[in-house]
Design a protein around this ligand. Sequence first.
Ligand code: OAD
Length: 264
Amino acid sequence: MPPTDPPPPWLPPLRRLAAKVAAARHVVVLTGAGISAESGLATFRGNERDMASLWKSFDPASLATPEAFHRDPETVTRWYDWRRLGCLAAQPNPGHTALAALEHHLERAGGSLTILTQNVDRLHHRAGSRNVVELHGDILNWRCTVTGRTLTPPDQAFERFPMPSPFHPHGLLRPNVVWFGEPLPEEALQAAFQAANQADVFMSVGTSAVVQPAAGFLQVAAAAGAFTTEINPQATPLTSTVDAALAAPAGVILPALMAQLAPH
Ligand code: OAD
């Protein structure tokens, strides 16, 4: 008999999670930049070995605040447009696809999946997820600072760099994202609290869980009785608080979860 590999350490917690999801009515998943890392998009913080993470190369105070935009709209526009083009060029990965499949699986059984995402990259939508709450806005659209109207650059803008100037006949155009120091969109915040309060299972996936209020939704769900879990190769402030911590990439664990729930 050829020797077999030992089972990965995440298999027992994965089985516990799968049993909870199978019995759940409402599942809520909080996602962060880590779920898009396997699509080639840089995270913000990464770890000490990950020199490609955005906040190692760029200063958030100069790029991701309302003050930075009013000081230097051209630079902020160029930076967000560079990231917008990167998001459009990226493809959803098996982690995104497994969450879209999980939504269909739960809905067929009369349940629901809600994704609360801190990501602005729209990869959940492109993977087929429908019930997505964007906590930090989206990077594909721009918004007039005077009228509040959103504007999607035409597809051809993909070929142009940078995005047309932020100076617009009616006022400045800004990226449709939430910057540091700004409140989250009220509707998204309410939807997130409601989903967290009703969750039977709450998963935190690919987030360092250091930015509020998103990082606090897991505690809201736990206080309301949810089974909580984290999927992240690195430890975070949530790791010691969850019912099951799975220290592996989302692109491995989420398809493995689907395989447990709906084996072929
Ligand atoms: P971070 O960059 O802070 O954290 C990314 C997390 O993903 C880290 O904990 C990694 O260990 C983990 N990770 C990396 N690869 C992974 C993989 N393949 N599978 C699972 N996890 C993986 O990103 P966020 O937590 O999303 O806000 O950051 C939160 C917010 O801070 C962002 O929305 C952004 C940022 O500043 C604003 O810009 C307002």
